[in-house]
Design a protein around this ligand. Structure first.
Ligand SMILES: Cc1cc2nc3c(=O)[nH]c(=O)nc-3n(C[C@H](O)[C@H](O)[C@H](O)COP(=O)(O)O)c2cc1C
Length: 355
């Protein structure tokens, strides 16, 4: 159509039309942005930009349902509900009866998880210990007692060194001053120029171990780090993103931070993978810095063709969404660092307590 119009219309008219195209676009967007129904129409008929996300969210819901039947190394429902029990246990004041509405579901899920040969030992222990702690303090009701019987049929009471809530005073003292932390933050800059030195797998593992300590909604940790620790392969992965033009070939190691939408039964949590994944990525970058490694976050654009390219290279399921790529390696001492002026504190704070 575009080609045909270019042929039949005079050049002066084409230039005029191109000139007014942005304002026509804005006119339409203003119309469709005026209410939710019209916005949905826009994304149904005029833009397919959200299509992959929509499909991924639905596929995630299906995968979530499947994951409850075939429990692997980790079970998302168990993680969420055990964490809810932890919050009930530390509640001030703790209620006599709590978690009544989901304790049956939790114990059923726990018993299924016990049958899974794949469930990791740590998750099994955490769930067992928290459930034992719960049943040792919670009061009695028909639902709770039924769940208690099911749990106690396969478990004995707690026996020391449990993975259960503990008082704040038992945490280690903070060994870093504000100034030391601030210096670490100043040192972490986006590094695009690396020495041709391979990165030891053990350092990546250490950095990921630190990243795993990041907070995540309901402790689900719905992400995974896809590590490409090979310069040639890292370059091909980095090229799938758009922001690596000119320096992709120089990267030694690239990590894709991948979110997993199969962690959620509802659409309302679809953004949590990006939040949790980004928090973990930040910890990973800072940990790298302490290990002598530099990093650069690389934007992952939601573009169908690029999604397909990366999904193929990393073997991603449709409900897995790339959050960002991270370049990792040893910085070239003379490699340039963009100044990237930060916003100043007053512009970042809006104190609404005095409004
Ligand atoms: C989510 C995200 C995506 C980014 N994508 C790119 C990218 O595609 N290419 C690039 O060269 N830098 C990228 N960056 C790095 C930013 O340009 C950089 O963080 C910013 O300029 C601030 O500089 P600093 O990281 O050195 O503090 C990205 C950073 C973030 C957080």
């Amino acid at each position: 159509m575009k080609k045909l119009l270019k042929k039949v219309l005079p050049a002066s008219l084409i230039l005029k039309l191109l000139g007014i195209k942005p304002s026509i676009n804005l006119y339409f967007i203003r119309l469709f942005a005026s209410n939710g129904f019209l916005a949905s129409l826009y994304f149904t008929f005029f833009s397919s930009q959200f299509r992959r996300e929509h499909k991924a969210v639905l596929q995630g819901r299906l995968a979530y349902a499947r994951s409850l039947k075939q429990i692997g190394v980790s079970c998302v429902l168990l993680r969420r509900n055990i964490h809810r029990l932890e919050k009930g246990l530390i509640m001030q004041p703790r209620r006599k009866i709590f978690a009544e509405d989901y304790i049956g579901e939790t114990v059923n899920c726990y018993l299924n998880a016990l049958n899974s040969k794949e469930l990791c030992t740590e998750e099994r222990k955490w769930a067992t210990d928290v459930l034992a702690a719960y049943f040792s303090v919670v009061g009695s009701s028909k639902l709770i007692d039924a769940a208690r019987r099911n749990f106690q049929a396969v478990n004995s009471p707690l026996q020391g060194s449990e993975s259960i809530p503990y008082p704040h005073k038992t945490l280690p003292e903070c060994p870093v001053s504000y100034q030391q932390l601030y210096t670490l933050f100043q040192r972490r800059r986006s590094v695009r120029w690396y020495q041709p030195i391979p990165v030891a797998d053990s350092l990546i593992q250490q950095a990921v171990q630190a990243a795993a300590l990041a907070p995540s909604a309901c402790n689900r940790q719905p992400f995974r780090f896809y590590v490409v620790n090979d310069a040639a392969k890292a370059a091909t992965v980095a090229q799938c993103a758009m922001g690596t033009v000119g320096f992709a070939d120089n990267l030694q190691c690239v990590i894709a931070v991948v979110g997993d939408l199969s962690a959620y039964p509802d659409e309302r949590d679809r953004h949590v993978i990006y939040i949790d994944g980004a928090l973990a990525a930040m910890q990973l970058m800072l940990a790298c810095e302490t290990l002598g490694l530099s990093t650069c976050p690389i934007n992952w654009p939601d573009i169908e063709q690029r999604e397909q390219m990366l999904a193929q290279k990393l073997g991603l399921a449709y409900y897995q969404r790339t959050i960002m790529l991270l370049a990792v390696g040893y910085a070239q001492a003379d490699g340039g660092i963009a100044f990237s002026q930060k916003k100043v504190t007053p512009t970042l704070i809006k104190d609404v307590s005095k409004d």
